[in-house]
Design a protein around this ligand. Structure first.
Ligand code: 5AD
Length: 350
C-alpha cells in the first residue's frame, strides 16, 4: 500500500504529488485531503460562509470565447442589458437584504463605457456606502481599472481560464492571449484590488498537467479570490459535444487550492451546483467559503446562460436566505453577511 501521509502536512505539493492527488483512486487519501482543506479554512474564517450579491447586468459581449454561451457569435440567445436604474435598484434591494458585497458581472459590452462603469460605482457607493464592490467585466485598460478603483471599486474578478498557453488558445480566438491575461491580473494586484482568478475544470484541451499549471499560476499570483468550476457545454457553441468537467476533479482541485491558499476567498460556484445536485454544499465541504447568489431580476437571470441548464434560482428574498442559512447550519456552517474581506494581513497567511 502506498503511503499518503504527506497529504497531512506538505505546505506546497510537488508536481508529482499533485499528479498523484489528481489521479489516485484511493478514497482514504482524498478524504484526508478534504479534511485538511476544511480544517485549513476553519483556522482563518471559522464556519463563516460569506455571501456576495451577484448582479448580472449585461449578456452582450464583444468577445468570442469558444466555450461561452454569451459569446458574440451566438445568435441564438436573447440579449439584455440592465439600465442604470435597474442596476442600482437591484443593488439597493440586495443591500437592504443585508448583502455587503455587490458583484457587478457582465459580458464585455461596449455600451458600458469606462465612464458609465464609473457612474455605476459612484451610484453604488452613494446608496450602499459600506458595501464592497467587485467588478467582473473582463479586461479593461490599466487607466480604466485605476479610475474604477478611485471611484470606489474594491475587488476585481478575472479568471485566467487556463494557464496552459495551448489550452488557452484552444478556448479563445487569437485576439486574446494567456500572456495578456496574466499581465492584466498582475496589474490588478498592483492597483491594489483584491484580485480573483480561476479556471474551468475539464475544459477542452485541459488535462491534469494543464491543471497543475493552473495551480502554479495561482501560487505565483497569490490571488485573494479563486473561483473554479467544471466546464459545462453550451448547445450553441463549438464545444457543445464536449463532456462536462469532472465533479470529483473539481472538488479535489478546490481542496488543493484551499490548502495552498489558506486565506483565499473561494466560492462554491454556480457551475459546480449546476453540474452536481448538491454541488453547493460539496464545494463548501472541500474548503470553499463563499456563495454568490444572484440578485438580478428574473429576465436577466434567465438569459445569462454561459452554459446549458445554468441554475438561475435567485435568493432575492428573506425567506430564501433563511432557508439557505438553515441548510448550512445543518452542516455546521453559518451564512455571514459581512464584507468578508481577505484576511491576508493575518500572521497565519502567506
Ligand atoms: N462552462 C463553465 N464555466 C464557464 N464560464 C463561461 N463559460 C463556461 C462554460 N461553458 C465561466 C468562465 C468565466 C466565468 C464568468 O464563467 O470561467 O470566467
Amino acid at each position: 500500500m502506498q503511503s499518503f501521509d504527506w497529504i497531512k502536512d506538505t505546505p506546497h505539493f510537488s508536481d508529482e504529488q499533485l499528479e498523484e492527488l489528481l489521479s489516485t483512486e484511493d478514497k482514504t487519501a482524498i478524504e484526508t485531503l478534504r479534511k485538511r482543506a476544511v480544517s485549513t479554512v476553519f483556522k482563518i474564517y471559522k464556519n463563516s460562509i460569506y455571501v456576495r450579491g451577484l448582479i448580472e447586468f449585461s449578456n452582450y459581449c464583444k468577445q468570442g470565447c469558444y466555450y461561452c454561451g454569451i459569446n458574440r457569435m451566438n445568435q441564438d440567445i436573447k440579449r439584455f442589458r440592465l439600465t442604470y436604474e435597474q442596476i442600482l435598484s437591484t443593488a439597493v434591494h440586495g443591500y437592504e437584504l443585508g448583502f455587503r458585497t455587490l458583484v457587478l458581472q457582465g459580458g464585455e459590452d461596449p455600451h458600458f463605457t469606462d465612464e458609465f462603469i464609473i457612474k455605476i460605482i459612484r451610484g453604488l457607493k452613494e446608496n450602499c456606502p459600506d458595501a464592497a464592490i467587485t467588478l467582473s467585466i473582463g479586461i479593461r485598460s490599466f487607466e480604466a481599472c485605476q479610475s474604477f478603483k478611485e471611484a470606489g471599486a474594491n475587488r476585481f474578478l478575472l479568471r485566467h481560464e487556463s494557464a496552459d498557453e495551448e489550452c488557452f488558445e484552444k478556448l479563445h480566438p487569437n485576439n486574446q492571449s494567456f500572456v495578456t491575461r496574466k499581465a492584466a491580473l498582475f496589474k490588478l494586484k498592483e492597483l491594489g484590488y483584491q484580485t480573483g482568478t480561476g479556471f474551468m475544470v475539464g475544459a477542452p484541451g485541459s488535462s491534469i498537467s494543464t491543471h497543475i499549471k493552473d495551480i502554479k499560476l495561482i501560487r505565483e499570483l497569490k490571488p485573494e479570490m479563486i473561483g473554479i468550476g467544471p466546464f459545462i457545454p453550451h448547445h450553441s457553441t463549438v464545444f457543445k459535444d464536449h463532456p462536462t468537467g469532472s465533479i470529483e476533479m473539481t472538488l479535489r482541485l478546490l481542496a488543493i487550492l484551499r490548502i495552498e491558499n489558506p486565506c483565499a476567498l473561494i466560492p462554491s460556484t454556480t457551475a459546480l451546483n449546476t453540474a452536481c445536485k448538491d454541488g453547493r454544499i460539496q464545494g463548501i465541504l472541500h474548503g470553499a467559503n463563499v456563495l454568490m447568489p444572484n440578485l438580478s431580476p428574473p429576465h436577466a437571470r434567465e438569459s445569462y446562460n454561459l452554459y446549458d441548464n445554468k441554475v438561475s434560482s435567485g435568493l432575492e428574498s428573506d425567506a430564501h436566505l433563511r432557508e439557505l442559512g438553515n441548510y448550512l447550519n445543518k452542516y455546521g456552517y453559518r451564512l455571514d453577511f459581512s464584507r468578508g474581506d481577505y484576511r491576508g494581513s493575518s500572521a497565519t497567511c502567506i
